[in-house]
Design a protein around this ligand. Structure first.
Ligand SMILES: Nc1ncnc2c1ncn2[C@@H]1O[C@H](COP(=O)(O)OP(=O)(O)OP(=O)(O)O)[C@@H](O)[C@H]1O
Ligand SMILES: [Mg+2]
Length: 470
């Protein structure tokens, strides 16, 4: 039940303090008033003390219940002889007779004879202020006045205070809530801005940070928070801009470098091909060397092409917008895969209707080819590879490549779509894999507004691509 917001806590604290103050004031004023009134009763008692009680001493003259003439209503008189109450009377409109219980008699008998006022509680009467003096014939005479009036006055004061304090608490609660809300409004603005920043994708690319928090008086705490927050936003903005610029430079460099490498590579390949076609009179060793140069330069060309493609995808170059028949593309690519991996079993699962979409035909083709070549290259012979196209919902197309090979190693799965990630580095390099294939697949798919996922365990590996279709 503890309040959570700062606002609620401040208001609660304010109200608790106010309540404490009210209680203190209430207690102090009623105590003071009671004291004052009781003092007045005591004064009255000491002026009249003994008069009514003394009349009780003279049974013959005034009767057993004393002389009530000139006494105010409620005046109590008691005569105590040897610790026993002999006469007790109270001034009332009709009779002054008073029947005291044994307890009351004991209470009265215990009143010290010091000429000072004492408050007693009698069951026959209400609260009384009594004063005891020594009588003429060795007895004790107690005179008393009712405290009824004093109590009533104190109660009225307390009631009035409760009403006033309640109104005060309600008014303070409302005014305090409004006031605290106003004071904390700028803090809420800071929170709202921070909230907006926290939802921004800061991981990469150019980020537009939200507006700064409006300036407040920097002498206030809220103003200081706002200013610090603005400075932090400034720093973050600057570093993001720096990072973006450096990313941009890296991309340009990668694109330029791979582009520049293509021409000399093409020349090397052309010359090697020429030399291999017409080797002339050279030894077997040279022939072998030429073969190796040919194979490795082809691999390098592919690598350079992949790098260039990735650099272009990174740079967000606009894609071609072709009408692509996904079904047709999958049939062709599977046909090619059958030729290049004849030891695998290739199965096709296609919908009745052709699935078409708008996209970059060459790049989408590369997606299919990369997935199929992985299913061919990273699984043993006799593996069954199923290539399926489905329409999982309106304007959606799903391409899935499933194989029952050994699967992707567990520790590789998380970063499989990163660049240059491949299972067995040494072996893959020899077999030609560079680890760029899936990175390209992912980049092409996301540049088409699609998503990709993968699931792999021994005997069941599936790469699924979800693309928007028409
Ligand atoms: N169907 C699959 N079965 C088992 N492992 C796979 C499969 N597909 C991919 N892998 C693993 O994922 C790694 C990364 O694949 P990726 O296509 O990115 O690179 P690559 O095939 O090694 O090289 P590249 O495609 O650039 O020639 C592969 O090296 C392989 O270890
Ligand atoms: Mg591959």
């Amino acid at each position: 039940m503890r309040p959570h917001t700062l606002r609620a806590r401040l208001v609660t604290g304010l109200l608790i303090l106010l309540a404490l103050a009210c209680v203190t004031i209430g207690v102090a004023t009623s105590l003071a008033l009671e004291r004052f009134m009781v003092d007045r009763v005591d004064q009255q008692l000491s002026m009249t003390v003994g008069r009514f009680a003394a009349s009780l001493e003279h049974n013959l003259e005034y009767g057993e219940y004393g002389d009530s003439r000139g006494q105010s209503l409620g005046t109590l008189g008691v005569r105590i002889m040897n610790g026993q109450v002999t006469n007790a009377a109270v001034v009332a409109p009709n009779s002054t007779r008073l029947n005291l219980s044994a307890d009351d008699a004991a209470v009265l008998a215990a009143v010290p004879m010091d000429g000072r006022g004492h408050t007693v509680e009698l069951s026959a009467l209400d609260d009384y202020r009594v004063m005891a003096i020594k009588g003429a014939d060795g007895d004790v005479l107690i005179n008393g006045l009712p405290l009824e009036g004093v109590n009533a006055l104190v109660h009225r004061l307390q009631f009035a205070e409760i009403v006033v304090f309640a109104i005060l608490m309600i008014a303070t609660g409302i005014a305090g809530t409004i006031w605290i809300r106003l004071s904390l409004r700028s803090l809420e603005r800071v929170a709202a801005t921070a909230q907006r920043v926290s939802t921004l994708p800061l991981a990469s690319g150019e980020v537009a940070l939200p507006d700064r928090v409006p300036d407040e008086d920097p002498r206030t705490e809220v103003g200081q928070v706002g200013a610090a927050f603005n400075r932090m936003l400034g720093h973050v903005g600057e570093s993001l801009a720096l990072r973006h610029a450096s990313e941009q430079r890296m991309r340009t460099f990668a694109a330029d470098a791979s582009h520049e490498l293509r021409t000399p590579l093409a020349t090397v390949r052309a010359h090697v091909e020429l030399a291999r076609r017409d080797p002339g009179d050279v030894s077997e060793g040279v022939r072998h060397a030429l073969k190796r140069i040919d194979a490795e330069s082809s691999r390098m060309s592919k690598l350079v092409d992949d790098l260039l493609l990735l650099a272009r995808l990174d740079a967000g170059r606009p894609l071609a917008r072709d009408q692509v028949d996904l079904t047709r593309m999958v049939i062709d690519a599977t046909g090619d895969a059958r030729v290049s991996a004849p030891d695998h079993h290739w199965r096709l699962e296609l919908p009745e209707e052709p699935v078409t979409m708008i996209g970059d035909a060459d790049r989408l083709h590369q997606v299919v080819v990369n997935l199929l070549s992985n299913a061919g290259a990273h699984t043993p012979p006799d593996t069954t590879v199923t290539v399926s196209v489905r329409v999982p919902g309106p304007r959606k197309a799903e391409l899935a490549v499933t194989d029952d090979g050994p699967g992707v190693p567990e520790k590789l799965q998380k970063e499989l779509f990163e660049r240059f990630v491949r299972a067995d580095k040494a072996r893959s390099r020899a077999s030609g894999g560079s680890g760029l294939g899936l990175a390209i697949v992912k980049a092409v798919v996301s540049s088409h507004g699609g998503t990709m996922d993968m699931e792999s365990r021994p005997g069941h590996t599936v790469f699924r691509v979800l693309l928007p279709s028409i």
